[in-house]
Design a binder for this molecule. Sequence first.
Ligand SMILES: [Ca+2]
Ligand SMILES: [Ca+2]
Length: 69
Amino acid sequence: MDLGAYEFGIGDFDCDGSVGPSDLADWAGCCNGPGKKSVAPGCEAFDFNADTDVDLADFAGFVRAFLAP
Ligand SMILES: [Ca+2]
Ligand SMILES: [Ca+2]
């Protein structure tokens, strides 16, 4: 089954198997603020709450994934 951007888990933008500093570096390019109706291609990995935007609510999820083992 092809899970696309979620192959290695949400938040793992570069698909290296973990959520780490390299993923954080890509965050700014994906963050588009609340209330947007689409997520830029490839940025689905950062839409933690699946509400079709990448905002600070998603960043909270990213930090949780970042800090989790
Ligand atoms: Ca990664
Ligand atoms: Ca979101």
